[in-house]
Write a protein that binds this ligand. Sequence first.
Ligand code: NDP
Ligand code: 2IT
Length: 451
Amino acid sequence: MAVHDHVDLASFIEGVKKRNPGQPEFVQAVTEVAQDIFEFIEDKEKYHAAQILRRIAEPDRVVSFRVCWEDDAHNIRVQRGWRVQNNNAIGPYKGGIRFHPTVTESVLKFLAFEQTFKNSLTGLPMGGGKGGATFNPKGKSDAEVMRFCQAYMTELYRHIGPDTDVPAGDIGVGSREIGYMFGQYKRITNRWEGVLTGKALEYGGSLMRPEATGYGAVYFLGNMLSHAGMEIDGRSCVISGSGNVATHAAEMIARRGGKVLTLSDSDGFIHDPAGMNQEKIDWVKALKTVRRGRISEYAEEFPGSTHHADKTPWGVPAELFLPCATQNELNGEAAKTIVKNGCVAVAEGANMPTTLEGVEVFHDAKILYAPGKAANAGGVAVSGLEMSQNAARVSWNTKQLDTLLTDIMGDIHAKCAQYGGGGDGHINYVKGANIAGFKKVADAMLAYGVM
Ligand code: NDP
Ligand code: 2IT
């Protein structure tokens, strides 16, 4: 057998940095995965010889395009849009679309890379992709959002399809935006097909999709706790964000007897020492999706709660933490504070919310720590189920879908335990998720030969 030159981990990371200048988020995501994969493939020549990790860390393609639209004051506006198709070894590219001013090619490449492992973990046939634009929906009228979404889809439609690439929502893209984009795809192609997920129920959406990411993260948290002989009931919980993922995570924590103390947005966080019940959470959902207001208004509405401008919630002592806003929102210092204050578990609803330093702090402290690619996979899993329902032209009920979601989150936990379990019974969920996610994609790629 031929003996191949193996690059070591340090040279591999150096290469990633060199090939992706000015893309720190992408380098960060690849670094985190590479550490575990190098250990796993050390004695497995076939993955080295076929350069599998090097190939997964090089997107199949990155499409970038101009999105031009007219605002209500008749100004011509120009934004940049992208679709990153990272890897379709195990199924059509699949992943959300993000509209936010902080969107860059680096951010979308990291998200599409992570998505590849996450989608593999769900057990469903979905490859990894991600898209987005530098558009900021905040403060825009419905008509402006509609014109932007139509302009974005007018370019995107030629790159996607139900068996090619199936986008969904992410930050700044919810039911309203999916509606405008799906309508435009249908108008251009004259085809009604399951090309997007996260659709409303009237036109092919799936029950449980809005809830799936937040609920799934809490199911995963529950699995971690019960594996360690604990439960959610009676425990305090700090959540960041106040969008789709955060509000549904809060709802399920409250339903399971936990006490949700905080929510946040990019202007600060609110602290409610009394905890949030369903009525308060419903109020936040309406604030964010109907009135499109700011979380600071919570403190005016509910006596006893306070707003902390321009601050993150990590200093509030609690046992459970669910970062559900955005990448790198929880750094090493915040992780130290969280550990010092007696945290038992962290489950990431957001994608890569913890910096590499923060992850190291959690690992050293041996708390239960689930990375986004495992804990927030429930959203894309139910997206996969939406694709199945669209393809079969059927609609499943809430009970069926919740059972499937519960089982998928349980299976992901089991895979993490299989590949991340140590001799002392402690599970390294990052390692487990990285290896289990990698293995399925890698083995499919080996089957295809060199491409
Ligand atoms: P939403 O747009 O519904 O909500 C995003 C929330 O995060 C808002 O509260 C927003 O505050 C806050 N936020 C966004 N950017 C920043 C920032 N730069 N700094 C501080 N706060 C910020 O998005 P989702 O809830 O859908 O997504 C949240 C996270 O979950 C993202 O990381 C996403 O990738 C991830 N995710 C989402 C899934 C889904 O199904 N929707 C599936 C899996 C993961 P503000 O209003 O001020 O912008
Ligand atoms: O990050 C994610 O997994 C999502 N934004 C959901 C992707 C999807 O296709 O449902």
